[in-house]
Design a binder for this molecule. Structure first.
Ligand code: AMP
Length: 564
């Protein structure tokens, strides 16, 4: 692989990137830089975020700028304010030895007049968000007649965010003889359409495979019942004590809910979504960038502007509606040569989507089991022990306190001391997980209880509440969970009738269920739970049973299965 000075870049640029610690060009830089230095052909480059694409187009474009002219020569369009500012910042640091170059970021939500003033002072490169750029062009604040190159950075994201009209409008106005460079992680149909309309014989450059995820990202999937998503999330976070990552949710509401719950449960997590003001978002993002915040719970849109390279985990609390978005989410980890894990919490119904995702990213998901309380406690404890082993001891600073500390702890032997220091951190987990039932793998449960080879593993119950008490299947499952204190009792058919209910549940829980229900009340009724016979078997004992079963056969068609 070539070095920066072998790519044809001028010394000032090579020196600047060396100052930044770039030792050798990334694959996309290797492909794009030499090409842009010698040709003005359009380029479509398919590359993930984090591959070094800003420098790939930034360095040669800076080199090609006519520094004697103060006219606008390059327009870079990107989806978010944060990215637009980041690009301007990056280009400024690449050009720090070329003092005559000015890069101006322009974006919405900030004074347009000030931005117009700085453009007027003479800016050869403008880094812009689509809406604001369109606005400035319409106001004739930017002289587009001198623009030679337009870069569309994260083009697929711009379309995802609904900037199609703005992009069309911008590309329609810039002189046709311009050069257009399109950088995108994915190439959905509507982007192909734009490329066909506005680009001339583009050169296609792909780094890695088309639409695939970053090379050094592992993809893990945890199957749980939907109702257990949050518990699974907490367990996964507890299992990775050094997690630094983003939990992606689908909606702003869900994002806020999950962040609030995590905060309440003592996690270092906060929400990032569009209902927050720009000011609030900046605060959260800065905290996260500085690693004062370990977990960000975010919507896709809000997280877009976040440029953080060392994330250990991405957690998909829910899969995105548009599966292409998964590539962007998972591409946020495993950047700049580091490895990362992208986690999906899914229910069994989402298996089809996962298959599709595996095809998209051309990688297999590793199926994981939600860690048990014991596994989590072990992981936490060894994490603490590792930290103790590896901590840098500042002998000089602690020295003066040691005699007093030795004196205080003198009465303990080595074993006692170790036990206690471990308990300091560990008690929280131990307490929490002591009485917590582990999450069963729904697939295993399904096979165990509904598999053809094991049809007798369910017991059928009669319960004396029904539609009259407005009982619904979800409420019944809630009752089972609440009264037994166990969340994973397998539930089979539920048949809620006018005066009573039948349901199936895992036979091994029969005794427990009866004990739990028969002491409880529901809407002023004392509950009665009895074992009923199998639907097509012999009658239950007693008068009531016979009647019940006749009704049951009459209404047999209405059954609802929750065994999935
Ligand atoms: P980008 O894909 O442009 O967002 O870049 C991702 C990250 O990689 C940024 O933090 C860059 O500073 C860094 N980077 C870009 N090029 C190189 C390189 N050749 N060597 C090391 N780091 C780089």
């Amino acid at each position: 692989m070539k070095k920066f000075d072998e790519l044809g870049l001028r010394n000032e640029l090579v020196k600047a990137v060396t100052d930044l610690g770039f030792e050798k060009p990334t694959p996309i830089q290797n492909k794009v830089i030499p090409h842009l230095l010698k040709e003005e052909r359009d380029i479509i480059a398919l590359a993930q975020t984090g591959t070094g694409k800003t420098a790939a187009y930034g360095l040669p474009l800076i080199q090609n700028i006519n520094l004697r002219s103060k006219k606008v020569q390059v327009l870079i369009v990107s989806p978010t304010r944060e990215l637009c500012v980041q690009i301007a910042k990056d280009l400024n640091s690449y050009s720090k030895y070329l003092l005559a170059l000015n890069v101006t970021p322009v974006y919405g939500g900030s004074s347009i007049d000030k931005q117009i003033q700085s453009i007027k002072k003479g800016s050869q490169i403008i880094s812009a968000t689509p809406g604001r750029l369109n606005d400035l062009i319409n106001r004739k604040a930017i002289d587009i007649s001198t623009v030679k190159t337009v870069v569309l950075d994260e083009a697929d994201e711009m379309l995802n965010m609904g900037f199609k009209e703005e992009l069309n409008s911008i590309l329609n106005k810039i002189p046709e003889e311009r050069q257009t460079l399109l950088f995108s992680a994915t190439m959905p149909d509507h982007l192909i359409h734009i490329a066909k309309k506005y680009m001339r014989k583009p050169l296609h450059i792909t780094v890695g495979k088309k639409n695939t995820g970053a090379e050094n990202v592992e993809h893990h999937v945890y199957f749980v019942h939907s109702r257990d998503r949050y518990i699974a999330l907490k367990r996964i976070m507890d299992y990775y004590p050094d997690i630094y990552g983003i939990v992606f949710c689908r909606t702003r509401r869900e994002t806020q809910e999950i962040a609030d719950k995590l905060l309440n449960d003592g996690y270092n997590a906060e929400a990032l979504h569009g209902d927050l003001s720009q000011f609030q978002r900046d605060i959260v993002m800065n905290k996260f960038r500085n690693m004062h915040l370990k977990v960000l719970v975010a919507t896709d849109v809000a997280a877009r502007g976040l440029d953080v390279n060392n994330l250990s985990h991405i957690i998909n609390y829910n899969l995105p509606e548009d599966l292409e978005v998964y590539t962007h989410r998972s591409g946020r980890t495993g950047r700049a040569g580091k490895s990362g894990i992208s986690i999906i919490i899914a229910n069994l119904k989402e298996k089809g989507k996962l298959k599709q995702l595996e095809k998209n990213i051309q990688k297999k998901f590793v199926k994981m089991k939600v860690p048990t309380g014991k596994e989590i406690c072990k992981k936490q404890i060894f994490n603490l022990v590792d930290k103790v082993e590896n901590v840098k001891v500042n002998y000089e600073d602690v020295e003066e306190f040691l005699p007093e500390i030795y004196g205080k702890l003198d009465w303990m032997d080595r074993e006692e001391l170790i036990k206690r220091f471990v308990s300091v951190e560990f008690n929280r987990f131990l307490e929490y997980y002591k009485n917590m039932p582990d999450l069963l793998d729904p697939e295993e449960v399904k096979n165990r209880f509904t598999g053809a080879n094991n049809p007798s593993s369910f017991t059928r119950f009669f319960l004396n509440i029904s539609k009259r008490e407005d009982l619904k299947p979800v409420r019944l499952i809630g009752l089972i969970n609440d009264l037994t204190g166990i969340r994973n009792i397998p539930v089979g058919e539920i048949d809620i009738q006018k005066n009573f209910t039948f349901f199936e549940a895992g036979s091994e829980f029969a005794g427990l269920l009866q004990k739990a229900f028969n002491n409880a009340g529901y809407k002023k009724r004392r509950l009665v739970l009895e074992v009923a016979e199998k639907q097509n078997g012999a009658k239950r004992s007693g008068r009531k049973t016979a009647k019940v079963n006749r009704k049951n056969f009459r209404n047999g068609k209405k059954k609802k299965s929750f065994a999935k």
